[in-house]
Design a protein around this ligand. Structure first.
Ligand code: PMV
Ligand code: MG
Length: 361
């Protein structure tokens, strides 16, 4: 008999360091950083015959009947705000059946909406809420799974919902770390999802790579440890951008650009090495070069604010670029000098850009 207690879980956010857009092509890679701003959940088995789900993103409670997740095509009539959460619950119900566990209704409350005054931070809330729902249900049943399986299950949910992203956000948030990600062929897996059982899809090799990267200081035993000390900064433009729409706009620019994929791939590989070796100069080159490639790729990526965010670092021991789809949301920076960090943060403030997050690496 499972004890009915309230269990808490949390998931982080993420920001692209390099490789956005090119990662949309299967086999290309990116480096993505966890952002430790968290979404939290409280879950317990329901006292009644109903599921209740509440998220402060929407501020109202969704109540569903006990048998909801035993039916096929249950998602047709669902509340559109809660679609991602419901799809995650539906996939997890199927997963529980695979494990021969009895599906029982629960109450789940999600808080920490990754936004302020109705403006999202742009750090991956939709990916985060899917992973949080999955983690919450697993914890309710005392199930532990690998990060790899968490990545696959969460990607499964998003692909089933027709998400057009690379799943880089899911990779980073599942691993809660700075990661290198080589993307898989989502079209192939989407087709598999339609044809095969959940079990078969999860057992299939999706052909991707996720490797956790660390700055040297976190690995005291490494031989090549050096004294690189830097601070990761995320500047928030307070201009919400919709990745899905930007992807559709920029897609054609990627096809037309002859060298974009090859050039970005080289930068990603170089940055992976530079991070490993603590090579400040190379880190700066990679960030600058990838920023320029994105700026030249499509005019929608660098909004005025994002240009200002980067320009504010001129003359300082800091490199910066837009992050993710661009068009607003956040830009990222690495600062190698504490005084310069203070200077740039002040400059950003005057430009209406807020330091959303900082972390010493
Ligand atoms: O803006 P974000 O954080 O949602 O990042 C989007 C990154 C893209 O490469 C443009 C799309 C994707 O899913 O990889
Ligand atoms: Mg974005």
């Amino acid at each position: 008999m499972l004890e009915n207690k309230i269990i808490t879980n949390k998931t982080c956010g993420k920001l692209y360091i390099v490789g956005e857009y090119s990662i949309l092509t299967a086999g290309q890679s990116a480096i993505i950083k966890n952002v430790n701003i968290f979404m939290e959940s409280r879950i317990s088995f329901s006292d009644t015959d109903e599921y209740t789900v509440f998220s402060d993103m929407f501020d109202y409670k969704l109540t569903l009947e006990k048998d909801t997740f035993n039916n096929e095509n249950i998602l047709q009539n669902f509340d559109k705000n809660y679609l991602l959460i419901c799809e995650a619950i539906s996939v997890m119900s199927e997963y529980l059946k695979l494990k021969n566990l009895e599906i029982k209704p629960f109450e789940m409350k999600i808080t920490g909406k990754m936004e302020r005054d109705g403006k999202k931070f742009g750090i991956g809330s939709s990916g985060s809420v899917v992973i949080l729902t999955i983690k919450s249900i697993l914890s309710l049943y005392n199930l532990e799974i690998s990060k790899e399986m968490l990545f696959k299950l969460s990607s499964y949910v998003l692909l089933k919902r027709g998400d057009n992203g690379s799943m880089g956000d899911i990779a980073c948030i599942s691993y809660e770390n700075l990661i290198f990600y080589r993307s898989f062929d989502r079209k192939r897996i989407r087709e598999l999802i339609e044809k095969e059982t959940l079990e078969d899809v999860l057992e299939t090799d999706w052909n991707y790579e996720i490797s956790e990267l660390y700055f040297n200081e976190k690995e005291p035993n490494r031989k090549d440890k050096n004294s690189l000390s830097c601070e990761f900064l995320a500047g928030w433009t307070k201009e919400p951008a919709i990745s899905k729409d930007l992807i559709n706009i920029v897609k054609s620019s990627i096809c037309e650009s002859e060298n974009f994929l090859k050039d970005v791939e080289e930068i990603v590989k170089k940055l992976r090495e530079a991070i490993k070796n603590g090579d400040k100069l190379a880190i700066k080159e990679c960030i600058d070069e990838n920023g320029k490639l994105l700026e030249n790729l499509d005019e929608n990526i660098y909004s005025k604010k994002l240009k200002e965010l980067v320009n504010a670092t001129q003359g300082l021991d800091i490199c910066a670029k837009s992050s993710g789809a661009g068009g607003g949301d956040c830009g990222i920076a690495f600062s190698f000098d504490e005084r310069d960090t203070n200077i740039v943060v002040e400059k950003w403030k005057k430009l209406g850009i807020e330091l959303l997050y900082s972390e010493k690496l």
